[in-house]
Ligand binder design. Structure first.
Ligand SMILES: O=c1ccn([C@@H]2O[C@H](COP(=O)(O)O)[C@@H](O)[C@H]2O)c(=O)[nH]1
Length: 290
């Protein structure tokens, strides 16, 4: 099944648009959880925490988004933890959107695609259903990621961070902005390779912190699934992501990482507090879909 169709079917069957971000911020992992591990057990600590999160949230989330930087920072221990988490997600049949923001010239992009998606040469080192990608290198950096219909990409279009406008909001010679120029490329890259729901496998990252951009970019990219970070911890609200959805309440996946992983009541309620945070986010987003 095409990646986009799989995601949208899951949105319908789970009645959820929520993606849980897996970002093991070392300083935010609760002290009470860390206390159960010794200094040499970093990999077990990280995968233990995240696998507990997955166990209590997978009924409410359509996918998980590990941010690879939070694993790479621990070297081999972090990558061991990531592999363990990916294995756990695979057994629960949960889609993985790897947030690694990769790309390069075509031949190197092919090596990145192999790393996360595998090919006829090698199995994937970090098996993922989708990957975040930098579209700045143009088509030859994108094509290697589009060889397998069951895998997708999310290209950075308008990021959620405060300084994203320094370049992304600048006008091009044609009068549109850099983000809009990127959006037009995404429409080309999807072309007529659309699934049952009318979406292609080339999705867009658009931040919840810029609701005005969300509206214009949705009009410009009617065939791209939106992956929307910035909801929750960065201040984006459900109202701010409304324009990302189509008339059927589909077309966007809303990510929350810190807001779900590290609820304030963890010390009293443990992983039940994580489950409650996921249910609350799912319900909050569903409320604007009517
Ligand atoms: O524009 C972007 C692109 C990616 N991210 C990533 O999403 C999560 C957000 O985490 P929160 O804790 O929910 O703020 C994180 O992994 C970022 O690297 C983004 O925030 N904005």
């Amino acid at each position: 099944m095409m990646f986009a169709d799989r995601m949208l079917s899951l949105c319908q069957s789970k009645n959820s648009r929520l993606v849980v971000g897996l970002d093991p911020h070392w300083d935010l992992i609760p002290a009470s959880f860390k206390a159960g591990f010794t200094d040499g057990q970093v990999a077990n600590l990280i995968s233990g925490y995240l696998n507990n999160v997955i166990d209590v949230t997978h009924d409410h989330a359509v996918a998980y988004k590990p941010q690879i930087a939070f694993f790479e920072q621990f070297g081999l221990s972090g990558l061991t933890a990531l592999l363990d988490v990916l294995d756990h997600l695979h057994h629960l049949q949960c889609p993985v959107i790897m947030d690694a923001k990769r790309n390069d010239i075509g031949s190197t992009a092919a090596a990145y695609a192999r790393t996360f998606f595998g090919d006829d040469l090698l199995p994937p080192a970090f098996p993922s259903d989708a990957l975040t990608v930098n579209g700045y290198l143009g088509s030859d950096g994108i094509k290697p990621f589009l060889k397998q219909p069951e895998r997708g990409i999310f290209v950075l279009v308008k990021t959620s961070n405060p300084s994203s406008g320094e370049l992304q909001d600048q006008a091009l010679a044609a009068g549109n902005t850099v983000a809009e120029g990127m959006a037009d490329l995404l429409e080309q890259w999807n072309g007529d390779q659309l699934g049952e729901f009318g979406y292609g496998n080339v999705g867009a990252v658009v931040g919840a912190t810029y609701p005005e951009h969300m509206r214009t970019l949705r009009q410009r990219m009617p065939h791209s699934l939106f992956l929307v970070p910035g909801y929750g911890a960065q201040g984006g609200s459900a109202e701010a992501v409304r324009a990302a959805f189509d008339g059927n309440g589909l077309g966007a996946l809303i990510n929350s990482s810190r807001g779900i992983l590290f609820p304030p009541s963890f010390e009293t309620s443990g992983f039940e507090a994580v489950r409650e945070a996921a249910v609350e986010a799912k319900t909050d987003i569903n409320r604007i879909l009517a």
